[in-house]
Structure formats: C-alpha cells, structure tokens
Ligand binder design. Sequence first.
Ligand code: TXA
Ligand code: MG
Length: 329
Amino acid sequence: MLTEILKGQSAILKGADIIKNGGVVAFPTETVYGLGANALNESCVKKIYEAKGRPSDNPLIVHVASIDDIKPLVTEINDLHRKLIEKFMPGPITLIFKKSDLVPCVVSAGLQTVGVRMPKNDIARDFIKECGVPIAAPSANASTRVSPTTAEHVYEDMNGRIPLIIDGGKSNVGIESTVLDVTGDIPIILRPGAITPKMLLEVIGEVKTFNGEILKSAPAPGMKYKHYAPIVPTVVAKNIDSLIKEYDRLVEKGINVLALVRDCDIEKLGNRNYVNLGKNDDEVCSNIYEALRDNEKVCDYMICIDLEDDGLGSSIMNRVNKASGGVKV
Ligand code: TXA
Ligand code: MG
C-alpha cells in the first residue's frame, strides 16, 4: 500500500473519504498524531489494531469534533463532567465515561467504559467533523514505539500500512493527553499529561493521583505495556552533576553518548554531545519524543536530565521513566 503525506484542506477531504470508505488515516492532534477510523464500526476499528500491531485488549480513545458529539457515546453527563468538559475541552484531556451501546466493544476492549477526547488542534477537529462520525484513535506509532509528534515520525512506523497521513506540522503539546476516569465519585488520573493535578483541582476540588506503585495496578490497560521505548539504552540523571559523571564513565568505555538537557544545563556540559530540549517545561514537553526518536539513530546511549516537579515536568518524566525502564543515575 502506498502511504501519502498530504497537507491542507485537500488532505482533510481525502482523509474523510478514506474514513467513510472504512479505512484508517493518521491525523495530527496537539498531543501526538493519531491513527483514526470510524469508531462506530467494528470492522473499521479492527484495521487500526492491525496497522499498529497492537494487542486488542487495550482500549482506544474516541475523538469528537464538538461537545454535542459526546452525549450519544456515554450513559450520563453529570455536573462534575460538565465542569471538566467546559474547562478543558477542547484540549489535551481524555475523560473516561460509562459507555453507551453505540460504542462497539472492540473500541473499549470489552470494558463498559469509553475514553472521549476533543482535540484542540483545528486540523484534527475539521477532519473529524468532515468524517461525520466519531473517530477511534490510538497514537499513530507502531505498538511499543515512541509516539509520533510529526508526520515524518508516523511515516517511519506506518509506511505501507495506511493510505494517508494528514500533515499538520509538529504537535505542540508533545505528550499524550491526561487520562481522567470520571466514572466514580472522585476522578482518578490514569495517565498524567499536560492537564496537571493542580489544574484539575482548580475546577473539581478532589482528584486521585497515584505514584509509581499504584500506577502499576491502575485500570488503564495500556499501562502494563512497555511504551515509549527508544532502541538505544536510555537512563535518567538526577541532576547535571550525576549526568556528567555517567556521561564521562560511558565515553571512557568507547560508548557514543548523548545528553538530553534543558537550556539551563548546557553551560556546565562543556564540549559533551547534547540535545537542547528547551527553556521551560512546555518546550521540553513538545520536544521530548522527537529527541528520543531522532537521536536513537545517531548515538548508542542517551542520558536525560530529571525534571521532577509536581506539574508538567512530572508528566514528562512519566514518559521518560518508561523509556528508561526506571533506571536512574
Ligand atoms: O493524546 C492522546 O490521548 C493520543 C491522541 C492521538 O489523542 N492518543 C493516545 O491513545 O495516546 P493511546 O491509545 O496510545 O493511549 C490511550 C490510553 C491507553 O493507555 C488506554 O489504555 C487508555 O488510554 N484508555 C483508553 N480507553 C480507556 C478506558 N475505557 N478505560 C481506561 N483506560 C482507557
Ligand atoms: Mg500510545
């Protein structure tokens, strides 16, 4: 199958046509690129799992173009839901609701719930609107690979597997949406993202977060898979001094090392090889997957500086820690 990369309105129209004919299309969102199909049709959704090589016990997020499109997919929208929707949608958040019968089991992987997301990215919403149906979509990487934040990344993984990639440039958030389970009394963060616990607390008073321990037993089925894995070994350094120590130890062994650091770390690095992830957490978030993907081809080993804090930095580190398998130096 020939995989085209197209931009603009003609890409949206062509993409919608493919969806209407039962096919799979990759499209940009503000978080990462998605691999979409008609969410209401079981055989269309199955094609996503095939293209991705993803186990079908991991549920897919359903993407909508407007708030009115949420209602038919869920059993209930209560006051808490309304508050969250008004404040954060469109945006980088997925809300897990009890699903209606309209949502096929193949989308929810047999669960009685459904994840719903309304992207902020205009191209994404125009595309979904043009399709005329909700779009089920996981991130557009091959299973276990780093999520794509450019059309070129999608092409690397999906060339020959899908007919079209809609090119919307680089995803500006850069990591996947915050996944928030709102089926119970107190919302639970199943996956941290750019909508942080602090931002949620400003709207809803109470939210359950969890540390690494609880994360493992969380009912987000995707959590059990090793995601976001670069091909070369990747570790996290507690601070710039431990990064430099580990860097020098590895270089002495003849290993080609690359440091992933912030703007403020660079001065200390001297002539060591580095990638500048950016000046603040927003920039680092937008650049992190690109850095993990593009640089695995040019080095043998990556060391990433720790950004630990309780906001966006901690969401970013959630992803980097998965890439590193939790190894810290
Ligand atoms: O930003 C994003 O969310 C991107 C873009 C394309 O929208 N999508 C994305 O999809 O990251 P995916 O499939 O790669 O990750 C979805 C995560 C998985 O960990 C999955 O287990 C969880 O959301 N999830 C989806 N539906 C769920 C449900 N009904 N209950 C619990 N977890 C769910
Ligand atoms: Mg994914």
